[in-house]
Design a protein around this ligand. Sequence first.
Ligand SMILES: NC(=O)C1=CN([C@@H]2O[C@H](COP(=O)(O)OP(=O)(O)OC[C@H]3O[C@@H](n4cnc5c(N)ncnc54)[C@H](O)[C@@H]3O)[C@@H](O)[C@H]2O)C=CC1
Ligand SMILES: CC(=O)C(=O)O
Ligand SMILES: [Mg+2]
Length: 565
Amino acid sequence: MSTSNLSKRPLYTGYAGSALLETPLLNKGSAFSAQERAAFNLTGLLPPRYETIEEQVSRCYQQYRSFEDPINKHIYLRAIQDNNETLFYRLVQQHLEEMLPIIYTPTVGDACEQFSDIYRSARGLFISYEDRYNLDDVLRNATKSKVKVIVVTDGERVLGLGDQGIGGMGISIGKLSLYTACGGISPAYTLPVMLDVGTNNEKLLKDPMYMGLRQPRVGQEEYNEFIDLFIQAVKRRWPEAIIQFEDFAQPNAMPILQRYRDSVRCFNDDIQGTAAVTVGTLLAACRSKGVPLHQQKVVFVGAGSAGCGIAEAIISQMVAEGLAEAQARSQVYMVDRFGLLTDTMPDLRDFQQALVQSSAQIASWSFSGDYPSLLDVMHCAQPTVLIGVSGQAGLFTEQIIRAMKKGCALPIIFPLSNPSRQVEATPEQVIEWTEGDVIVATGSPFKPVHYQGREFLITQCNNSYIFPGIGLGVIAANARLISDEMLRAASETLAANSPLANTGTGGLLPPFTELAALSKRIAFAVAKVAMQQGLALELDDNALQQKIEDNFWRPEYRNYRRVSS
Ligand SMILES: NC(=O)C1=CN([C@@H]2O[C@H](COP(=O)(O)OP(=O)(O)OC[C@H]3O[C@@H](n4cnc5c(N)ncnc54)[C@H](O)[C@@H]3O)[C@@H](O)[C@H]2O)C=CC1
Ligand SMILES: CC(=O)C(=O)O
Ligand SMILES: [Mg+2]
């Protein structure tokens, strides 16, 4: 299989002089050669020495290391990204493990919270509600003619940090950085979008630095119209773009997905991406434990977009393993802020209603409140899997974890809320309270835990394992839509690549440093399913593999030739 030679072809550009140096997708800084400096009016605008990208990376890394605080490291890296994208990705690729927590969770959470305070320069599209009837003009202002992946947020539920208003742009930028660093999507083809419909965050509304609309979020009808205007405008401007919905709040996440998933190449990362990564990680955990998923009893804390998305995917997987659907549903327990979701609980959303426990099922349980609490569920259901997607720190208390351990010799415990400070329990706590008999994975990165002479690697169960590969696969196959089966294929590929399940050692998932290779495998599996479902034109395996390679961008400088502008 030949790797792409697209990047070796010269690139023709009309940019020159300082405009070229100020265009991050084209800028090479000190790596412009003598010939290029002469041809593009750069002579004198740069220090005289010509540098290789490796030399540039060394300097950047040295500067990066001079910052102590993660947020300052983030600001520094974002500045490089806004100055020279090729260099940024080369640097990140070379120090992936160290820098992912800086450009993504947990530090991206701080960057969203402090977005207006740390704002330096423009990136992506801020689409204000006030511009809703001029969206074609706004989208034309994004000068990229080919956009293949859009990550869009309205900033209402950013990680577990609530409403961050335009600060949500930080998460769209972070996700797309991973699309490029780990999924090989050229930064020329990505676009972060923030839909500004106001914010209900009082602190931001009062903050003189806040750069978004200073008004409460618009009403539901206005909101729905705005989303629709946006989707239709994207379809006109970039009909082939994948739209990834990110960090929408619960009332909007599922309805938006349901409204558009059958007609637009889109998916919701928090519902579907999270479901795919969690089922994949769970399958790997079940394999390494030697007990199949359909024999597990699973408790969720947080019956929101992520929780219900994962729960439905687990049920589908249990059914695929041979369980009757009703039986599968009876093995999944959703605990939200008022306790276990049951068929007598009022005011549930449609997607929660499908996941309630029947009163008959819990008739023999003893509990004192209106609904069983998490502790009641631990005692009465004796679950084997516990998943936290509540966004609330500390909900997995010592009492909860010890109660779970009483009913299960080797529990599987995934506190998945982000960023790190919102985690339901730290891995260290979970390991201590289970005396080390536990399989644990978290949403944000945690250092290995040492307990009684053993080292526990903490797997990061984060949708970032999924979305870069989905994007690459959908682009390579030119798939029309993104189906649940395509996401299931991503999940199965992930599980099949588990070091722990395959070899008995290592993490549940491969390290992030292998994400690029993994993304290509996920892309292949996803594209194959799209073809089988008639969502993409048939290609033979070699042609598909070649397409994936051709679409995989690498951070290498290209030679430039000048065209008159
Ligand atoms: N690891 C990963 O890849 C991902 C992690 N997440 C994390 O999951 C969390 C939730 O995300 P979403 O489901 O989209 O939000 P959401 O707002 O839709 O759901 C959160 C749910 O938790 C419930 N909740 C709040 N306090 C609770 C309590 N004390 N006990 C029980 N339930 C409680 C809320 O009522 C709500 O239903 C966030 O922290 C997010 O960072 C989300 C997506 C991916
Ligand atoms: C990882 C992610 O998408 C979230 O926490 O919302
Ligand atoms: Mg998210």
